[in-house]
Design a protein around this ligand. Structure first.
Ligand code: FAD
Length: 808
């Protein structure tokens, strides 16, 4: 058998994800597309999946793509004539604790602005929908009418046939053994049946995606885990009487179980805590439609709970056990998109819920390839969210943690412990000595808040205000009243140099380039005029710039920079951990810093938004006069070797001002008090700069820049949405993000950030509402843990409305 010699796209892998990508490429208009499968279609993790599907997801943007996937199956059946084996039974999520009830209320609330029809019901009502449950173990449930299951093989073939009808080709029993890049960015795909020259390659290799990545020098952060489900023998209760509907799907969070009716019996699966990775370093190529040996011992603790919660299970035997592997990324979300440094190489892997997410993954990837933009907010599953720090062993530790917690609540203030501490800055032990409670950010330890004593340096996990509340309040007070010290190393940093640096930055950023010695805040837009970054652009000299932005987005930014950079005259160097930083903020920050520098820090000599090379004591540093607290403040950047000395110097000099260390939590409260947005919350690719309140940072007069035409249109039309601030009548719980905003009894928007404003002594929220409501002052409510609270729209920042504190 020989293979065609050229195709516009080669998709590697004929599981549900590869088949979906193939179909969506044809739907987007690319029909010269070829899928290459090692064995038969479905021969990875797809064939033995339980086929369950649901719409609820922690990330609203992923939830939208799950809705899309489930709604797609009818279209596929119509086009292909192939049944997807769809059973829309509806589903229950059962709560056995008050915290889980709170979680359900929050999930229902989020569903409101996603157009989901979720209902909270009592244990009695739940038991009517799923009689095998013993209701005494539960406090309530969510009912979702759009849940069910499909036939995994039917779905994969329906995608494949629909793609073939549109002109796609599929070759089976052919393995891709190597990938060789050509100078023009196209690929030679080397297979067991000959070579194919392809403009684009998609890695949808599922269980082997890691091995396919290695063919191009890429170590993808994915790991396969063994997963078991079992099917009971026939249960009299489950025998379907004439006319009875199929029973609903069930997730029992406390039992960490999922269940559904399966032909007069029950299918039950669990994400066991004692989980086991499969093929931790290399996936064997000869693994086909095989299953792994059963290990019922491992799931015994979950089964014991299952026997109590669903007593019929204790009386029934086991007819079949399925133990199969499937792959996870460290956070459990898919890895999708183009890869920095590899032209025309795309990934669609790490998909743990192929039957809820496969359609959405295929849709966004095909749009990205054909249109140059995914057409949706895919940050939560963008492959670029991981950097070099996500090594094989890191991935192993995090995936095991994520798998074993799959049905557990992740509280907003909860810090997970696997793979920690991994990255630390030189002052880590100094901060530990001050009883810092650390958070993990891209594997880096950074201080969240400081406890007065070692004994108090821990916090209960909760959706409400925690024991850290009063300590964070003290940190905010220290900053607002005198001066605080914050470690700011956890930012992304880039050094941009060269004769073409200023011109390129002017083209890629929406704001003008700052003069030498100055700072400009600059949004970055895509061609559609949507926000794909926000930076502090600092210019120490004519041809040298520092860009400071979100560290988690470093690869995301670099991918965009590669796309827009000229072939010569500009060099971009990521230098996140070469420069670490400390910030002093508060009314006494100038006096403190002045006591250790020779430069004149008066506003006349070093005004707001200045940036300069200075000696701080003996330490060579860059100092910027800017602070995300919205107060008078300075950011001091030094190479890593100087950070300890800088810390000690500032601590010593700060004693006279009562200098207090503060952490990320206090910073968050203070930036919300100022209404300052941040990446991945207020600034995302679904918002335009005018909608996000960044109009003063868009310079339409400076000449052309990426996204200018679309930004101009947005300015003229006013955009559809508007970012606004609220003061919320909250009691013991503040907004966290993703809560619905109501106006006159209707859900009109969503919260992006929330915090208690310790200075202004009010609960605050930032969120998007329709532009038509941007000036309404009354009638707003925000739903926090199932309860609607009155919210006053603020027409100015809650703290220091005229910005005089940071400027004076
Ligand atoms: C026991 C179990 C139960 C599950 N239950 C559910 C569920 O209820 N609901 C749900 O949504 N998901 C479930 N899943 C997960 C689901 O199976 C996956 O999300 C899905 O299969 C991922 O599909 P994929 O296409 O990414 O990968 P795969 O199915 O692994 O497909 C990859 C394909 O690529 C091919 N390939 C790889 N490398 C090459 C190469 N070099 N050359 C040619 N071909 C190559 C492989 O042969 C394979 O066919 C379950 C998984 C398991 C193991």
């Amino acid at each position: 058998m020989s293979i065609k010699s050229a195709a516009r796209v080669v998709v590697i892998g004929g599981g549900v994800v590869g088949a979906s990508v193939l179909y969506h490429l044809t739907k987007a208009g690319w029909t010269d597309v070829l899928l290459i499968e090692r064995e038969e279609l479905t021969s990875g993790s797809t064939w033995h999946a339980a086929g369950g599907m649901h719409t609820v997801n922690g990330d609203p943007n992923v939830a939208k793509l799950q809705q899309y996937t489930i709604n797609l199956y009818k279209e596929l059946e119509r086009i292909s004539g192939q049944s997807c084996g769809m059973h829309i039974t509806g589903g229950l999520m059962l709560a056995g604790t008050p915290e889980r009830m709170d979680w359900l209320k929050m999930a229902k609330a989020r569903g409101r602005y996603l157009g989901m029809d979720l209902e909270i019901i009592s244990p009695d009502e739940a038991a009517k929908l799923f009689p095998p449950m013993d209701k005494k173990h539960f406090l309530g449930a969510i009912y979702d009418p759009i849940e069910g299951h499909v036939d995994p093989s039917g779905v994969t073939y329906a995608y494949a046939k629909s793609a073939q009808i549109a002109g796609a080709e599929i070759v089976r029993h052919t393995r891709v053994t190597d990938l060789i890049a050509r100078a023009d960015g196209s690929w030679d795909v080397i297979t067991t049946q000959g070579n194919v020259h392809a403009e684009h390659v998609v890695n949808a290799g599922g269980l082997w995606a890691r091995e396919v990545g290695r063919m191009v020098g890429l170590e993808l952060p994915i790991l396969a885990m063994e997963h078991q489900y079992l099917i009971t023998e026939k249960i009299p209760h489950m025998v379907r009487a004439e006319g009875r509907k199929e029973q609903v799907h069930v997730i029992d969070f406390e039992g960490e179980l999922y269940l559904r009716e399966e032909r007069d019996a029950i299918l039950i699966g669990t994400y066991e805590r004692a989980c086991v990775p499969w093929s931790a370093t290399e996936t064997p190529w000869d693994f086909g439609q095989n299953l792994l040996p059963n290990d019922l011992e491992r799931i015994a603790p979950s089964l014991e709970v299952a026997f109590q919660h669903f007593p019929v299970l204790a009386e029934s035997g086991i007819a079949k056990v399925v133990n199969g592997p499937f792959t996870f990324a460290p956070d459990g979300n898919p890895l999708v998109g183009p890869v920095k440094g590899l032209k025309n190489f795309w990934v669609a892997c790490g998909v743990i819920a192929g039957f809820s997410q496969g359609g959405g993954v295929g849709l966004v990837l095909s749009q990205w390839m054909v249109e140059g933009d995914p057409g949706a907010d895919v940050w939560a599953m963008d492959v670029s969210r991981y950097g070099d720090w996500a090594t094989l062993a890191y991935t192993n530790a995090k995936v095991r943690e994520n798998y074993s917690r799959r049905f557990r609540i992740r509280f907003p203030n909860e810090e997970l412990t696997a793979a920690r501490p991994l990255r630390t800055t030189p002052i880590y032990d100094r901060l530990q000595a001050e009883h810092a409670v650390f958070g993990d950010y891209c594997g880096l330890e950074h201080p969240l808040w400081f406890a007065p004593t070692a004994a108090e340096a821990s916090e209960e996990v909760t959706f409400r205000r925690s024991s850290a509340h009063s300590h964070v309040a003290a940190e905010c007070k220290a900053v607002r009243d005198s001066v605080g010290l914050l470690e700011i190393s956890n930012y992304g940093k880039f050094e941009i140099t060269g004769p073409g640096a200023a011109d390129w930055l002017s083209r890629v950023m929406a704001n003008h380039v700052p003069n030498v010695g100055r700072i400009a805040l600059a949004p970055m837009l895509n061609e559609c005029g949507k926000l794909i970054g926000d930076f502090t652009v600092c210019r120490p000299s004519e041809q040298r710039f520092f860009l400071i932005g979100t560290y988690a987005a470093e690869s995301y930014y670099l991918r965009w920079f590669e796309r827009t950079m000229p072939s010569s005259g500009v060099s971009v160097r990521p230098c996140a951990m070469e420069y670490v930083g400390l910030s002093v903020a508060g009314p006494n920050s100038r006096a403190l810093l002045q006591s250790v520098v020779r430069d004149d820090l008066s506003t006349a000599q070093f005004p707001f938004m200045s940036f300069r090379r200075m000696d701080v004591g003996m330490i060579p540093a860059f100092v910027g006069r800017v602070s995300f607290t919205g107060d008078l403040g300075y950011e001091i950047w030094v190479t890593t070797d100087y950070q300890r000395a800088l810390f000690d110097l500032l601590k010593q000099a700060g004693q006279v001002y009562g200098l207090k260390s503060f952490g990320g939590r206090a910073l968050h409260c203070m930036r919300v008090e100022k209404g300052f947005g941040t990446w991945a919350r207020e600034f995302r690719p679904i918002y335009g700069p005018y909608e996000a309140g960044l109009s003063r940072f868009v310079d339409l007069k400076k000449g052309d820049f990426v996204g200018r035409d679309a930004a101009l249109k947005e300015k003229e039309s006013g955009g559809a949405l508007r970012l606004v601030s609220f003061a919320v009548d909250a009691s013991d719980a503040d907004c966290l993000g993703d809560e619905p905003i109501w106006h006159d009894g209707k859900v009109v928007g969503w919260v992006t950030s929330g915090a208690y404003g310790h200075t202004v002594k009010r609960s605050l929220a930032l969120g998007y509402v329709p532009a038509s409501l941007a000036n309404a002052t009354s009638g707003f409510e925000v739903e926090i843990i199932g309860e609607r609270h009155k919210a006053e729209r603020l027409s100015a920042p809650a703290f220091d409305a005229d910005g005089s504190r940071m400027r004076s």
